[in-house]
Ligand binder design. Sequence first.
Ligand code: CDP
Ligand code: MG
Length: 138
Amino acid sequence: MKEETLVLIKPDAVGKSVIGKIIAIYEENGLSVRAAKMMRMTRELAAKHYEEHIGRPYYEELVEFMTGGPIIAMIISGEDAIKRVREINGKTNPKEAAEGTIRKLFAQDGSKNAVHASDSPESAKRERNIFFAEAEIF
Ligand code: CDP
Ligand code: MG
């Protein structure tokens, strides 16, 4: 089924100048960019996006990290995009991520891990509306 998913290139990966390499990996896998913008997350935006993580022991560190530099927000589309993008990204902790995945290639640890992707159709819809207006999606 054709799907859309929300991807963030996190501040660590933007800082390493691997934006182009990361987007190329999605495109080489037959996926397409439908929306993209560079921006800086505010604490408010981080709290909305990471709603389910509020109160977890790593939450403060996560917000510091995500608001600490610019990110690239994107909507990526394609066949089974939600599951496939998470497979292409690899496991949360790069030590457990498979060879060739974005996190294996570019993440430094289980916090500064290069990319985010929605984990279900419900989160994809919710996260899309946090980052993009309809007119910004092509
Ligand atoms: O991003 P993903 O869906 O793979 O993982 P998550 O469990 O939904 O966690 C969201 C994000 O919180 C991770 O990608 C990490 O950046 C961060 N995190 C962390 O810093 N320490 C943890 N123990 C778990 C998550
Ligand atoms: Mg998640």
